[in-house]
Design a protein around this ligand. Structure first.
Ligand SMILES: Nc1ncnc2c1ncn2[C@@H]1O[C@H](COP(=O)(O)OP(=O)(O)O)[C@@H](O)[C@H]1O
Ligand SMILES: [Mg+2]
Length: 349
């Protein structure tokens, strides 16, 4: 639904060059909620602004719903009109709502329709329908200043939907909201995604947002996508930084008389039975040092750090058992992680 290839953006200001995007290949499938995470300055906002051509990429292509937007940009009036039409099918939600304070809620939602030249009656019908959809049917005549942050963002979302978009872009849309309001806005985005088949590309610096509603995610650093995939795929990637941030587990590493392993569940095996089977089968006591589990798309996913008694050479068989159950097992060994793990894989054969 959204594809970028080799997307690059270089800002030039005062003789200085900043490479905000450095060859981003992104693929967002139709109907999914896709989260882009990364620290401040990673290039997330630039990416989303390039996707709807608010920002002109320096090079690379952006395709949305089968249409190459970069090819339309700056190609004369006819292509310009086509680009404007294409962009009206991409909704955008902002962190600070960007509502006009002098206009009522209804009139804020009608604004993009005015620009598209939609008649007054039709605009009103559409605005009221959207207000109902976002749960603010009684606020049509209110002004933004009379609304809470969560309500303002609902208006922002309604406005973004005015052009019947196929795609919704969201730039930190919950970052200015408290945790409870964040949850209700994320739920609204999820409902819209499911009811309207809306594809959602959202950027956030909060891992919680990804865990709550995203089907897929990408991690950006220094203008590049360094990891991406479905949440399950990310979890299944050994050594994934995104997985560790999404599901952080505490607890100490292995020592001379104990073996500490991180077990990653990505929806195939249920958690508790595997751990208790392990304990019963090999007659060992297992301590759970830390765990971060969640249900994503109806599957239990997450990571758990467990401790087995004895050195890891003594635990080759139990760890092999866990791997046979389809679980990913990484030895949490601060000193020699790679060789120990390689030996373990040898031993498990
Ligand atoms: N209009 C601009 N002019 C110059 N530099 C910019 C501009 N917008 C963003 N940048 C720079 O591009 C980099 C990426 O910024 P941004 O996309 O806003 O990151 P993020 O949203 O991940 O915090 C930063 O180094 C930022 O300073
Ligand atoms: Mg930003």
């Amino acid at each position: 639904m959204i594809t970028t290839t080799g997307l690059t953006k270089v800002y030039r200001s005062g003789g200085r060059e900043v490479t905000a995007l450095d060859g981003v290949d992104l693929h967002v499938r139709e109907g999914e909620v896709y989260g882009v995470v990364g620290q401040s300055g990673a290039g997330k906002s630039t990416l989303i602004r390039c996707v709807n051509l608010l920002e002109r990429p320096s090079s690379g292509t952006v395709t949305v719903a089968g249409q190459d937007l970069t090819a339309l940009a700056g190609r004369g009036p006819r292509a310009g009109a086509e680009l404007r039409r294409a962009r009206s099918r991409i909704g955008m939600v902002f962190q600070h709502f960007n509502l006009l304070s002098s206009r009522t809620v209804q009139s804020n939602i009608e604004l993009p329709l005015e620009i598209l030249g939609v008649s007054g009656k039709e605009r009103e019908r559409k605005a009221l329908e959207l207000l109902d959809l976002v749960g603010l049917a009684d606020k049509a005549k209110a002004y933004p200043a009379q609304l809470s942050g969560g309500q303002k963002q609902r208006v922002g979302i309604a406005r973004a939907l005015a052009g019947d978009p196929k795609v919704l872009l969201s730039d930190e849309s919950t970052s200015a909201l408290d945790p409870e309001t964040t949850r209700s806005i994320l739920q609204l985005l999820r409902d819209l995604n499911q009811q309207l088949g809306l594809t959602v590309l959202l950027i956030t610096h909060e891992m919680e947002v990804v865990k709550t509603i995203c089907d897929s995610a990408a991690l950006m650093k220094g203008g590049r996508v360094v990891e991406s995939g479905t949440v399950s795929e990310i979890l299944a990637t050994p050594g994934s930084e995104l997985a560790a941030e999404l599901f952080p587990v505490g607890g100490e590493a292995s020592g001379p008389d104990r073996t500490v392993v991180d077990v990653t569940f990505h929806g195939e095996a249920a958690t508790q039975p595997v751990i208790s089977q392990l304990s019963r089968t090999y007659n060992i006591d297992i301590s759970i040092l830390g765990a971060a589990m969640d249900t994503v798309a109806g599957k239990q996913v997450g990571r758990m750090r467990i401790e087995l008694p004895g050195r890891f050479e003594e635990n080759v068989v139990p760890i092999g058992f866990l791997r046979e159950q389809g679980l990913q097992v990484d030895v949490a060994d601060t000193k020699t992680p790679a060789p120990a793990d390689a030996l373990l894989k040898e031993g498990a054969k």
